[in-house]
Design a protein around this ligand. Structure first.
Ligand SMILES: Nc1ncnc2c1ncn2[C@@H]1O[C@H](COP(=O)(O)OP(=O)(O)OP(=O)(O)O)[C@@H](O)[C@H]1O
Ligand SMILES: [Mg+2]
Length: 319
């Protein structure tokens, strides 16, 4: 490697992990440049938390290699730990003590001298809008406050790389947006964020790159836009007043999928004003009246279902 290029924040090749005869990770590769947000998406049980645990040195992989902040997670676990912060899927907040005490505990764990610890704690509590709540037991906090405290605790050690395992699960829309802003601010400050999420919109909003984990493998990887381009789902659905109009439209347009019962014609297209105008020009030219139209642009949900399969197994389990 060119010595002037800094090592990527995270680099993993062929990571494998099994629990008994259950293969969880079947050889996954990851590359996360510094100062970016990487989102790992996947259905329940896909192995997201397992991946975070391996990269953050909490568990060991059975095979493959991973380097985080330039160091091998197996051979230099201590060095990696000093460079990272982890906010687990389940809160690390101690409910019996106050927010401020939770922070002080973290400062001690990081061996910060007392005055320095107090300064960092005060600064982070202010930054995460927890000053008023600081002296109350964490058991009285709302889910959003607890999540903010969790992240504030993660930041005590000034980590270069932060792992956030489902940071917004269970938060209301407003708290979720607050969390998104926190993540954006972290990245603006040069931190690398590796997050897992169930929410495609979240990955779309935040991530520079997204990987979808399914069946132990990364089944899709790219920027949000690249992933959306993987599915050709964009279409315009035109509805007509009677079968005769539908038949004529199908004839003049000569594309798309026709549904005689619903009186609709589904035409591939991105739904832009330009393509809609072109469509209407043709229909107007043939004096065909459209009753209504809907535009469907492919989103990450389409990608997710296309690459992980529709969640049919959930129906099976529900029986
Ligand atoms: N300590 C363990 N012992 C045995 N099996 C485990 C252990 N930890 C995880 N697993 C199994 O590994 C698989 C992946 O679990 P993991 O927690 O990584 O999934 P996840 O993608 O984080 O899921 P979720 O979205 O529900 O958090 C699951 O089938 C889980 O039951
Ligand atoms: Mg998990």
């Amino acid at each position: 490697m060119n010595p002037t290029t800094p090592a990527p924040a995270i680099e993993a090749t062929g990571l494998r992990k099994a629990y008994g005869d259950k293969l969880v990770l079947d050889g996954i590769d990851l590359h996360v440049p510094r100062g970016t947000v990487f989102a790992l998406l996947g259905p329940n049980g896909a192995g997201k938390t397992t991946t975070v645990q391996i990269l953050s040195t909490l568990i060991r992989a059975d095979g493959g290699e991973a380097r985080v902040a330039g160091h091998d997670v197996a051979a230099a676990a201590q060095t990696v730990r000093a460079a990272i912060g982890v906010t687990g899927q389940f809160s690390a907040v101690d409910n019996l003590i106050t927010g401020e005490e939770n922070m002080a505990l973290m400062a001690d764990l990081h061996h910060l001298p007392r005055p320095e610890g107090a300064r960092v704690t005060a600064e982070l509590l202010a930054r995460f809008d927890l000053v008023e709540a600081a002296k109350k037991p964490a058991s009285t906090y709302s889910g959003g406050m607890r999540r903010r405290l969790d992240i504030a605790m993660t930041l005590v050690g000034s980590p270069e790389v932060i792992f956030l395992d489902e940071p917004t699960t269970g938060l209301d829309p407003r708290s979720r947006h607050t969390m998104w802003q926190i993540i954006r601010d972290l990245v603006a400050g040069g931190v690398t964020v590796f997050l897992t999420t169930q929410y495609l919109e979240e990955a779309d909003q935040l991530a520079d790159r997204i990987a979808v984990l399914s069946g132990g493998r990364i089944v899709a990887e790219g920027t949000p836009d690249e992933l959306k381009r993987l599915v050709p789902g964009g279409h315009v659905r035109l509805r007509f007043l009677d079968p005769a109009e539908l038949a004529r439209a199908a004839q003049v347009l000569d594309v798309g999928t026709r549904d005689d019962e619903a009186l609709t014609l589904q035409v591939p297209g991105d739904g832009s004003v330009h393509t809609l105008r072109a469509l209407f020009d043709i229909l107007d030219g043939a004096s065909i009246t459209v009753d209504s139209l809907t535009v469907h642009t492919p989103d990450l949900d389409d990608v997710f279902f296309a690459v992980t399969g529709r969640p049919d197994h959930e129906k099976v389990q529900a029986r």
